[in-house]
Design a protein around this ligand. Sequence first.
Ligand SMILES: [Zn+2]
Length: 391
Amino acid sequence: MIGKAACLSIARGLLRLGPLAISLRVRGAPRIDSINTSSLLDHLETLVSFDTRNGSGDEMICVRYLEETLNGFAPDQLHVAQVPRSRGKTDSGYVLAIWGKPETLLNVHIDTVPSGAGWTADPLDLQREADRVVGLGTSDIKGAAACILAALETVAPKNVAVLFSGDEEHGSEIMPAVIASDRLDGVKRAIVCEPTSCRVGRAHRGMLAISAGFSGPGGHSSLADVTARPLLDAARLAAKIGEYADAYLNFGAAPFKGLCVNIGEIESDGAYNVIPTQAKLWLSLRPPPGDDVGKREADIYALAGQAALDTIVAFEPFATKDMSKFADIFGETEIVDLPYWTEAAMLSQAGVNAVVYGPGNLEQAHKPNEYVEIEQLEVAAQRYAIALQGS
Ligand SMILES: [Zn+2]
């Protein structure tokens, strides 16, 4: 799950966050009563203990551990890959277990965000309380990984694949490698696990982030009228993009109106009496479901003229193709729109009918003393157990 902060106000409106109600008990779908909560929490304790903080942790150690664990459930195929990442990050990777001819995919990312300040205990040491467990990644989204492992202990997997993959929180460079491997061929539907408070997520925005650089010889500000002015060029581009954003304020349908254009930063080496030699503008926008990220990128590039442009991320929006294909798993579970981007968009673009579903609450993710309620873990483990048994 990325991009929470920018759209948290939307999240409050969309997810109706709050204490869990009895409505989480799913009507219209079977129950698996044999899931062992104690074992589930043991799995979670182990997973939390791996430092998989995106950018600084070691995601491959966790991948190797999960390879060993999944091997214990006798998959017909078990694929492990180490995948290089750009922008100076260490390798990450994935483990993919397959039973039979997989029509259903369960996917969980194993990386977390950095733990940041404010934790009152070691974020990698799971704290067990009466109705919740506290630790980095419990809510986003190692809790789901533990649910799947606990579910595998109670049901016989059939025509299903389980994918634990890295690098979701910043970059998403692993999922494209999985898709390119063709190992998901034949998969018709996917559950991408993210903290939805055990609701079924059906749609979210895309994400496009671009930097635009300008340069010149620099000099004394007395020569500003006859010298290239990179910072002014960047500011003028920011204003143009602002006008572009305003023209689309009513574009799309609620709750995804507008493009969420953000001018994030303009950096330069100038001063009030020094013409800068360079300036760089960072911006992002979040196209709504159904929109074309490539078209937005082309629009921004056209507005930017001669700037040196770099697309940092260009992620498509997401919408579930056919919700009815998940009825056997989710019954009458509440369906929601999501305020954050997920890798369901990549699977959907690859032709897979996907939903987003997981234990954990958006308000507990990406913050100190992150926790997940044990009841949510139990509910999610039941849904994953049904999915593991195949359609
Ligand atoms: Zn996540």
